[in-house]
Design a protein around this ligand. Structure first.
Ligand SMILES: *Cc1c(COP(=O)(O)O)cnc(C)c1O
Length: 422
């Protein structure tokens, strides 16, 4: 099946007389004919649904569908993107371990790594993703167990050189975890460039309609957990009578351990209703991403020639420093998020934002409706002037997430907001 067809058909094929659409299985539990059958499920000797914290038929559809879209081996859905990032790394790292993360990442992931993981005894080194491989290698320590980065960084729009990071991971014999939220598998499939694990905030483009929080971890099934660095996969799990993940589940050891240990113990499971809504969003992903990209490109071009604008950052513009990387890893398109700097600093930026009529003011991105944000007074409000400068967040910076309205209506709204500055 081609990508568009998978978006509609992967993960669910009804038999004669069954519903055409996977229903919302709003049941916490499932019944069996015998105690032995239930015992086998608990011992992981048989596969089947028994409690919705661990698996649910509606959620199973989106897990299989996104696995197919990313070209992975299996997936685990979570209740948010943050939970997906947390479990994806906690499934690898233990107290005393260290990992490397790109410094250009989502603020929520940054806090999780710098604060919460630190309290758990897991340390991180943030690296500039644009550094050459030889420089990045210097951050690898004997206890470094994973590498994390985003395909297109939110909100800085740095495009990752995935093959460079994959090489770094391969040399250190540790897995590469990629957050593919902004690219979506429609524009980039990191596993094809050497990623081992892909995570998403499905809250963004995969849902696309701003209706359901969610996350997912996709396991490529291509990492060798038996290389001596990861005893949690190769030594007996006493909570399952001494089961060994690599022996029992082969190349699915990682994702099965995430489900039967972490989801069992921590429980950030998605509601079946949200999985149903996510599935609806996935069905139109290719159409929506084409529309987001076409609109964003026209809006970025409009802004880059506008007299009221200093600079525009959108990697699909040929003058962007990551244009070559964009052409390599995302040859067919890009997300709808653009950042640009208005002349006149904070005062002009807030005035412009307040004058918008169609475009809404929101702390969200990747929605079908166009929205805009002034980072210096909202998402990055707590930072000092020096910190804002270090993060290149100027007073005039605006982040706009282009939706799929008719582009002329968006452009007219942007222009009338510029007119209000005079
Ligand atoms: C939004 C976002 C997250 C967090 O996801 P939630 O669903 O809000 O928990 C993680 N990574 C990226 C790149 C995001 O944009």
């Amino acid at each position: 099946m081609q990508f568009e067809t998978k978006c509609l058909h992967a993960g669910y094929s009804p038999k004669s007389g069954e519903p055409r659409v996977q229903p919302i299985v709003q049941s916490t539990t499932f019944t069996y004919d015998s105690a032995e059958q239930i015992g086998d499920l608990f011992d992981l000797k048989a596969a089947g649904f028994f409690y919705s914290r661990l698996s649910n038929p509606t959620t199973n559809v989106i897990e299989e569908k996104i696995t197919a879209l990313e070209g992975g081996a299996a997936a685990l859905a979570t209740s948010s993107g943050q939970a997906a990032i947390f479990y994806a790394l906690l499934n690898i790292l233990e107290s005393g371990d260290h990992f490397i993360s790109s410094s250009s990442i989502y603020g929520g992931a940054f806090n999780l790594f710098a604060q919460t993981f630190k309290k758990m005894g897991i340390s991180v080194t943030f690296v500039d993703p644009r550094l050459p491989l030889e420089e990045l290698q210097k951050s690898i320590q004997p206890n470094t167990k994973a590498i994390f980065a985003e395909t297109i960084a939110n909100p800085e729009l740095v495009v990752l050189d995935i093959e460079k990071f994959a090489k770094l991971a391969q040399q250190a014999e540790i897995p590469l975890v990629i957050d593919n939220t902004f690219a979506t598998p429609y524009f980039c499939r990191p596993i094809e460039f050497g990623a081992n694990i892909v995570v998403h905030s499905t809250t963004k483009y995969l849902d696309g309609h701003a209706v359901a929080l969610g996350g997912i971890i996709v396991d490529a099934g291509n990492f060798n957990w038996k290389n001596g660095k990861f005893p949690q996969f190769t030594q007996p799990d006493e909570s399952y009578h001494g089961l060994v993940y690599t022996e029992n589940f082969g190349n699915l050891a990682y994702i099965i351990k995430a489900r039967v240990q972490l989801m069992r113990d921590l429980g950030a499971t998605p509601a079946p209703q949200n999985s149903f809504l996510l599935n609806l969003g996935l069905e139109t992903l290719p159409l929506r991403m084409e529309a987001h990209y076409n609109n964003a490109l026209k809006i970025a071009e409009f802004l880059s020639t506008h007299s009221a604008v200093n600079t525009v950052s959108y990697p699909a513009l040929a003058n962007h420093p990551d244009y070559a990387l964009k052409q390599k890893y995302l040859p067919n398109g890009l997300c709808g998020v653009i950042s640009f700097e208005i002349k006149g600093g904070k005062e002009a930026a807030t005035k412009w934002l307040n004058a918008l009529k169609l475009v809404s003011r929101e702390v969200h991105v990747a929605d079908i409706r166009t929205c805009a944000l002034h980072p210096a007074t909202s998402s990055h409000r707590q930072l000092t002037e020096e910190q804002l400068e270090a993060m290149k967040i100027s007073g005039g910076l605006i982040r706009i997430s282009c939706g799929i309205e008719n582009v002329n209506d968006i452009l007219a709204d942007i222009q009338q907001a510029f007119d209000s500055l005079n």
